[in-house]
Design a protein around this ligand. Structure first.
Ligand code: PLP
Length: 399
């Protein structure tokens, strides 16, 4: 990426008041037309894309579509110059439908245990393809002919906010062991396939930039032995602050780390494929209070969104900030568990939250819900996923 100006340090980019608090009236108006509803602010997404584009040592950015595949978001990010990382034929289709004129080479296909025909589809789409096992090279070299390939290597150690999103290290199903990468390169050479670089993604929700340097280590050793490899994709995983006391991700620190990695592999381009960082803070989930209940020593507040709407708290114990939008703040707080209408005890959004006393019909905003929210929704219990509303200035740019 071109250097625009220095990457801001972590603490300088923190917004003191989240946008969904500042735009309370607008959100209440949206909630009036129906809840639950995800609201995405495209300006926030562009802002985050521009922060990433200031990384001097990341040459290309591919947005991880799995985080949020809303077409307006895909178009906004294409307008900011990003490419797209897809993990399935379905995601390839979503990108192509939203951006029919997107140039070949701006899609990176990084599947895991996908069937052969999905690779064939990616080759037809002109995508870069990440190979993360020997099987495709041993069995399907004909299918891969003509494609530009990367090899996904497991550097041996993962990271992330939860073990379910840790995608490297022993007992994870992703990537080739560094020793297997040699065999993969030999297989590709024999089949006349073009391997242009290496890839790794060790997990999601990583707060320490040094993790990217540690992950790069074993890949740098391979690059040193194979000078014709030109790309080092270090994945995504950049964290977003989960609570008010968390610091924003240290982008300046990441750029320093990437600079060191680049100096260790002269002539190699570094790519990143962030998802959460770009969209998490741009999304809120609006929900309406359905019932309240005191039971024993506990107090519960029910809302019309459940784990079918936003799965992260039930799946990962993820924490999301909760704001009451519909009543003015009297300063009074009540300890309550915020729960949904799904018949599972895991159906909660927060335990022992200190919230203004809520009544039926009040509207709450569950913040930082733009990533891994609507994309993981289901119609479990016969409850449909939330609708989605896009706000923000200007029409999304089309690439
Ligand atoms: N790249 C790959 C291969 C992934 O599996 C993921 C997430 O699972 C990402 C990128 C994006 O991660 P994040 O949203 O944490 O940036």
């Amino acid at each position: 990426m071109e250097a625009v100006d220095p990457v801001p340090s972590g603490s300088r980019v923190q917004e003191p008041v989240p946008w969904w608090r500042r735009r309370r009236r607008e959100l209440l108006e949206i909630a009036r037309k129906g809840t639950p509803a995800y609201v995405y602010d495209l300006d926030q997404i562009r802002l985050h894309a521009r922060r990433l584009r200031r990384l001097r040592h990341a040459r290309r950015l591919f947005y991880a579509v799995k985080a949020n595949a809303h077409p307006a978001i895909l178009r906004a990010l294409a307008g900011e110059g990003l490419g797209f990382e897809c993990v399935s034929a379905g995601e390839l289709e979503l990108v192509r439908a939203a951006l029919p004129r997107l140039a070949r080479g701006r899609i990176l296909f990084t599947p895991n245990f996908a069937p052969r025909d999905e690779y064939a589809q990616a080759v037809r789409a002109g995508a870069w393809i990440t190979i993360d096992g020997l099987h495709p090279l041993e069995q399907w070299s004909g299918t891969l002919a003509g494609a530009d390939l990367l090899l996904r290597v497991d550097p041996g150690r993962g990271a992330g906010h939860h073990r379910a999103v840790t995608t490297a290290g022993p007992r994870t199903k992703f990537g080739l062991e560094p020793e297997q990468a040699e065999r993969a390169l030999a297989l590709a050479r024999r089949a006349n396939l073009r391997v242009l670089g290496l890839h790794c993604h060790v997990g999601s929700g990583i707060t320490d930039p040094l993790v990217w340097e540690q992950a790069a280590g074993p890949l740098l050793e391979i690059l040193a032995r194979h000078r014709r490899l030109r790309v080092l994709d270090l994945g995504g995983g950049l964290s977003v602050p989960a609570g008010e006391s968390d610091l924003p991700f240290d982008l300046a620190g990441l750029d320093r780390v990437l600079g060191r990695v680049r100096r260790a592999a002269p002539g190699v381009e570094i790519w990143l494929e962030p998802g959460r960082f770009l969209v998490a803070e741009a999304g809120v989930l609006l929900a309406r209070v359905t019932q309240t209940k005191a039971k024993g020593a506990e107090h519960y507040t029910g809302i019309d969104a459940g784990m079918n709407t936003l799965l992260r708290p039930a799946l990962y114990g993820a924490q999301h900030p909760v704001d009451v939008l519909s009543c003015s703040d009297s300063g009074i707080r009540r300890r309550t568990h915020l729960v949904g209408p799904i018949c599972e005890s895991a159906d909660f959004f927060g335990c022992s939250l200190m919230l203004a006393p809520l009544r039926e019909g009040d509207v709450v905003a569950i913040g930082c819900a733009g990533a891994y929210g609507r994309v993981m929704a289901s119609s479990y219990n016969g409850r449909e996923p939330a609708r989605e509303v896009v706000i923000g200035s200007g029409r999304p740019d089309v690439a």
